[in-house]
Design a protein around this ligand. Structure first.
Ligand code: GCU
Length: 436
């Protein structure tokens, strides 16, 4: 017993050190050290998602749709992710290259390039789609951005090797665009579980997030944001979108394309994302109600985790290390989470009444699993108002004991990642809500 206790104390200490190291990975940060002590979390009061700015209470589903939801959406847009420009760009879809016999004839693979143009400036994103070879009709599709190129999601040699952004091997401070290395084929396959998804009768689609905007300070000029600038503008205004907003926009443009494919059920496109791309999936799902289900995998601070709960990553550190992710206005909340006019539960509530899944990993303390769970708990009242079922408890479930109603939540063993276990839950949840 004593030995076991020591063992777990040692394990926690190692985890905290690992989390701190990962926190330093992306760039130097002057931020104070992260808190990993539950007793030092402090007390906080969450804003009520059903109380409007004028103090009145949202009492009906209609009032939520007409007043509550738009008000909260506007706050997230102007204070955190930045407003997505309403304008649309000239968009052209290239040839769709189809292989009816992909993955040992279990899948249909489709690939295309979607190009956005303004004047003489253009950007292209490459989309990869797998559909199950045998279906009785249009299928639901999981859509998510990937971190390092479409070729990473499966070892399938038919996936195009498009350009990706990597750190310059000659100068680690710089980023360069190179053709994807064939050796990286399938390097993220365990995160995508393509065969598993297909075997359940779902499709899966992905786009490399760097196609929409490469993820580094200064990457903006290579992405789509400048295509929306007013004449002479070189930086977004304080309430205009950051990179996460741009990536979320890319997801919506991918959905535009998926909705035109007759093999896909246009009402069953699910958006999923891991970590920073989990934050992105939530913001995409909050804005674009065509996403019929939203999955946040280990999205942490700036995603599902409550910001007022001081545990793991903080707004201060997000703003210091990833200043390009959020809008300028978000900087005023560094060290001042209590001043936010919302918290993560209200971002999650924007998904209601659509099915929402939040997942955590036990060793991913940086993302604050308990804060992610509580974000989902406190989105519950909005789901209930809309006649849906939230988590129905505020007691965190044990490892590998998912709760699945209209909001789903699980915490699994292991580190910050997407695993087969996570996908087993997402597939079950999707099957619960969408018969196909
Ligand atoms: C960093 C960052 C997190 C983010 C994660 C990821 O750890 O601090 O906010 O979620 O990267 O995207 O992997």
């Amino acid at each position: 017993m004593l030995f076991r206790r020591h063992n777990s104390a040692l394990r926690s200490a190692v985890l905290v050190i690992l989390c701190c190291l990962s926190a330093w990975g992306e760039g130097a940060s002057p931020a104070r050290p992260a808190n990993y002590n539950e007793r030092k979390v402090g007390t906080y009061k969450l804003p009520d998602p059903l109380i409007l700015a004028d103090g009145s209470r949202v009492k009906t589903a209609a009032e939520w749709e007409e007043k509550g939801r738009p008000e909260i959406l506007r706050l997230f847009a102007t204070q955190m992710f930045g407003r997505t420009p309403p304008a649309s760009l000239k968009t052209s879809v290239g040839n769709v290259i189809v292989d009816q016999n992909a993955l040992g004839a279990t899948a249909i693979r489709k690939q295309t390039t979607i190009t956005f143009t303004r004047g003489t400036d253009s950007r292209s994103m490459h989309l990869l789609l797998y559909l199950p070879a045998e279906t009785k009709g249009p299928v639901p599709v999981f859509l998510g951005l990937n971190f390092a190129g479409n070729q990473t999601v499966s070892a399938d040699p038919g996936i195009d090797l498009n350009p990706v952004w990597v750190r310059d091997p000659l100068d680690q401070r710089k980023w360069i665009q190179v053709a994807a290395d064939p050796k990286t084929r399938g390097s993220a396959a365990s995160r995508w579980q393509v065969e598993k998804i297909l075997s359940h009768g779902f499709g899966v689609a992905t786009v490399y997030y760097g196609d929409i905007e490469p993820d580094f300070v200064g990457g903006m000029s290579y992405g789509i944001r400048p295509l929306f600038f007013a004449p002479g503008q070189t930086e977004p205004l304080p309430d205009e979108w950051g990179a996460i907003g741009a990536w979320a926009w890319g997801l919506s443009r991918a959905a535009d394309f998926l909705q035109t494919d007759k093999d896909i059920n246009p009402k069953e496109i699910f958006v999923i994302g891991h970590s920073r791309l989990g934050k992105t999936a939530l913001w995409a799902g909050a804005q674009d109600t065509r996403f019929a289900m939203v999955i946040s995998n280990d999205s942490g601070e700036g995603g599902a985790a409550l910001s007022r709960r001081d545990f793991g990553e903080t707004i201060e550190r997000l703003n210091a290390v990833f200043p390009h992710w959020f809008c300028g206005n978000y900087k005023q909340y560094s060290n001042h989470a209590e001043k936010l006019p919302f918290d993560s539960h209200m971002l999650l509530a924007l998904i209601a009444p659509r099915p929402l899944y939040v997942a955590s990993a036990e060793d991913d303390l940086w993302s604050d699993p308990k804060g992610e769970f509580l974000g989902a708990v406190h989105a519950g009242p909005v789901y209930e108002l809309l006649g849906k079922k939230g988590l129905g408890t505020d007691r965190m479930p044990a490892i590998h004991h998912p709760i699945q109603h209209d909001i789903g939540y699980h915490i699994r063993a292991g580190k910050h990642d997407v695993t087969a276990y996570d996908w087993d839950q997402y597939l079950k949840f999707a099957e619960m809500h969408f018969s196909h």
